[in-house]
Each structure stands twice: as C-alpha cells, then as structure tokens.
Design a protein around this ligand. Structure first.
Ligand SMILES: [Zn+2]
Length: 117
C-alpha cells in the first residue's frame, strides 16, 4: 500500500521544520506538535486524525450513494405508475387534473433523466 504524504514519516511535510516548539495537544502525548497539515498535533496523532476524517467522509459518501439509488428507484416506480394512470385516462386529457398530471410527469421524467445513469 502506498503511503499518503501525511502518513509518510520521511515526507517533507513531516520534517522537524514544522515543529512549533509546543507539545502535541492530544492528552498524555509529549511528542513535538507541528506538521504541514496541522500545527496542533504530532506526526502520529495527525495521521490518526486525518484517517478518522477520511473514514468519515467515505462513510458519508457511501450512505449518500445508497440513499440516492433508493430515491431514484422509487421515483422510477412513481413515474411508471403515473404514466400508466395518465395513459388509462386518455379520453379526458383536457381536464385540469390531467393537465396537472402531465406536467408532474414531465418534471419527474426530467429529474430522473438528470439523476439517473
Ligand atoms: Zn501526539
């Protein structure tokens, strides 16, 4: 596995030139604070911190992907059902209800086309 820059002890961003002269803010840690990524944490705790943030973002992205997929599937079912109702009503497309339904159908179709693969 290739190390990211923040994880690589030999990276210039982890060199002593970033040290602030203060200790790491993590409780009980006496290592020197300061890397290119933060002036508050030592190398080891900065790595832990960024990995935690990264994991949080990945989990969030995965959740959004799943929910987006579920919503899209539901929207497609709704479009199918409404299209069927609209078609079954074809003798009466001039009624206000049907005009409104046609406009909702068009909006839904556009939204699905934009969101979907
Ligand atoms: Zn530390």
């Amino acid at each position: 596995m290739k190390l990211e820059r923040f994880e690589d002890p030999a990276d210039s961003g982890n060199s002593p030139k970033w040290h602030t002269g203060k200790p790491c803010i993590e409780k009980g840690c006496a290592e020197p604070a300061g890397t290119a990524w933060s002036h508050l944490w030592c190398f080891k705790h900065n790595v832990e911190r960024i990995r935690r943030i990264d994991a949080g973002f990945k989990a969030l992205a995965a959740t959004e992907g799943e929910q987006g997929g579920t919503l899209l599937a539901a929207a497609k079912k709704a479009l199918d059902a409404l299209t069927f109702i609209y078609a079954a009503n074809k003798d009466d497309h001039d009624s206000a209800d049907d005009v409104a339904l046609a406009s909702v159908l068009a909006e839904l179709r556009d939204a699905i086309a934009k969101a979907g693969p």
